[in-house]
Design a protein around this ligand. Sequence first.
Ligand code: 1CP
Length: 344
Amino acid sequence: MSPVTDRKLLATVLGLRQERPPVWIMRQAGRYLPEYRETRKAAGGFLELCYTPELAVEVTLQPLRRFDLDAAILFSDILVIPDALGQKVRFEVGEGPLLEPLDAEGIDRLDKSRVLEHLAPVLETVRRLRAQLPDDKTLIGFCGAPWTVATYMLNGRGSPDQWTARRFALEQPEAFQRLMDILVEVSIDYLAAQLQAGADVVQIFESWALNLDDAAFARQVNEPNKRIVAGLRQRIPDAPVIGFPRGAAGNIAGYAAATGVNALGIDYAAPLDFVRNTLPKHLPVQGNLDPLRLVIGGAAMDNQVRAILAAFADRPHIFNLGHGIVPETPIAHVERLIELIKQG
Ligand code: 1CP
């Protein structure tokens, strides 16, 4: 392997500021790319795509063929974990994920003994990717954070306010804790396996770190994320981790301190001044353009990109969106975005 500093994105996660920030785009493989839609159709289903290394490698690399990105992110989904635990997961076109909602008995029926066996094709994808990627490209592995994954497992689908899961956590605290414990344990195994298979860094997606009061944030977000980072570092002492607690608002500094992540993903609603003034100066940040500005393009995009570059110019910064790219995004706007970041 080349020295760490050849991989600018990895180096930034490790705390080394770059002259121009490295860039990747959250959900960079996906429906806004015609070649993705074609491969997806050929694969049959979404999970087939995730579990067929040849096709998963192809869609992971598609955005890197078009754009000068500094990282590839493994093509998979956060919901392969419930699938591997034996909860039925389906992806209908245009519908998002659908699961059979879990109750307390369902939690006790989850089978954690075969998770890595079930996810072997995903780990094979990681191995093939590292072998095919140029040396200067960082490979990002990932999982969903326990709370975020639990919101889908308990409700059976996404929801705007995570009501079902928040209610379950308060009304059935013991069953809820059993679920969190299972998710923490298998997430450590899964992330460690991804790093061992060749991922350079892993990101923990806590996409639903919002709508939580102090005690719920501590228990449902900080605690499990902290346990994952600690568990991972017991196996791989320097494991580089990006945490992305979307919607954490006033809790971002507390999350970073409590969990010990190397770098912090920032959502687009976080004010730049607040982020600058709240986080320790050395802490690498990743973000945080509103994906809607990438859809609109023009001055609406350019001005905010410049504001973000200026706000984080004095610290390690990875440029990214503040949430996932949306299907209606024009490809020309992505090209322009990369040009702005690379050339100023
Ligand atoms: O390049 C990439 O980033 C693709 C790999 C990837 C990642 C990192 C996918 C493929 N999904 C994810 C993470 C993911 N999945 C998150 C965390 C990031 C975020 O907040 O957006 C979440 C919440 C999910 C769950 C999920 N899977 C959703 C969101 C549902 C909701 O509640 O809003 C959806 C739509 C999926 C399906 C999915 N996953 C990935 C793709 C490309 C798709 C679309 C499926 C299709 O092709 O029909």
